[in-house]
Design a protein around this ligand. Structure first.
Ligand SMILES: [Zn+2]
Length: 283
């Protein structure tokens, strides 16, 4: 039987990991085992992030193979916005027509690295906002150093879209409150466990209303730095989500079970997830 290390004496569930990138080469060899680890750790549902057309298709395919555990998103990440063509929206629309594909994204703006130009990013984002409005599906958003423009665009679109999460929020108070004013959900990752660069989030976190809080691993990146001992394979995986949960619960001064239940219910509500994704299954 597989063993899994936890920060608690028992697995806490349900836990819905709303951000997983399984099509990174980090998972090429042992995806089945990674899914088993996740379930042993109390993770009952996972949302596979689509960041371009290829991996949006792969994510949906895998989600359809594990309907009680996985759902997917379909979108084009701001880094890849330069690849957006006239036919991209139609391809995404076909993916979004499937029930297991529950959100538009990952989309948004990243002016930190500008792998695509800001103009290309805004165009691809605008097209994906249109898709969200047309399909009624919520958005899975990415933003880095682009809060002002992001808020401006979301403000214009807010009445047309059903909802959205700003995933892996690492920004400042003003941006956070801007998103909350638009009644968006906020995704928190292991960034909050990082004593070097995540401490600005500590006083901010409890101002996120508990009915707008979501939790995510962002695997294979952002391994929680409170995870002890460090695993031999130095990559993040959904089974380490309990360490993020523990840190969040400490910041809210609430029991871990309460945070687990609330964030999973929030994910179910925002993404209209099948209830099976909140039920414990053992591998
Ligand atoms: Zn992202």
């Amino acid at each position: 039987m597989l063993q899994i290390k936890l920060p608690f004496s028992q697995p806490i569930f349900p836990l819905v990991d709303i951000g997983v990138n399984f099509f990174d080469k980090a998972f090429a060899d042992d995806l089945d085992e990674v899914l088993e680890h996740a379930q042993l750790a109390g993770v009952t549902g996972l949302l596979l992030t689509g960041t371009d057309l290829d991996n949006s298709e792969q994510a949906l395919k895998l989600a359809n193979q594990h309907p009680n555990l996985l759902c997917s998103t379909a979108g084009v990440h701001p880094h890849s916005a330069a690849d957006w063509t006239k036919s991209t929206a139609a391809t995404l629309q076909d993916l979004l027509a499937e029930p297991a594909c529950v959100a538009v994204g990952e989309t948004g703006l990243d002016f930190n690295r500008n792998f695509s130009t800001p103009k290309q990013q805004q165009l691809a984002f605008e097209e994906q906002l249109t898709l969200a409005a047309e399909t009624g599906k919520p958005l899975f958003l990415h933003e880095r150093d682009a809060g002002v423009k992001m808020l401006e665009m979301l403000h214009t679109w807010r009445d047309s879209i059903s909802g959205a999460v700003v995933h892996c929020f690492t920004g400042e108070k003003k941006t956070l409150f801007g998103y909350l004013d638009l009644d968006l959900y906020i995704g928190i990752t292991g960034w909050v466990c990082d004593e070097r660069r995540g401490t600005h989030l500590w006083p901010l976190l409890p101002s996120i209303p508990l009915n707008r809080l979501l939790i995510e691993s962002d695997s294979p990146w952002l391994i929680p730095r409170n995870l002890k001992p460090r695993p031999k394979k130095y990559r993040n995986e959904p089974a380490y989500l309990p360490w993020v949960l523990q840190q969040i619960a400490q910041l809210y001064a609430l029991p871990v079970q309460e945070i687990a239940t609330l964030t999973s219910t929030n994910a179910q509500r925002l993404f209209n997830l099948p209830v099976a994704l909140l039920e414990r299954k053992l591998p």
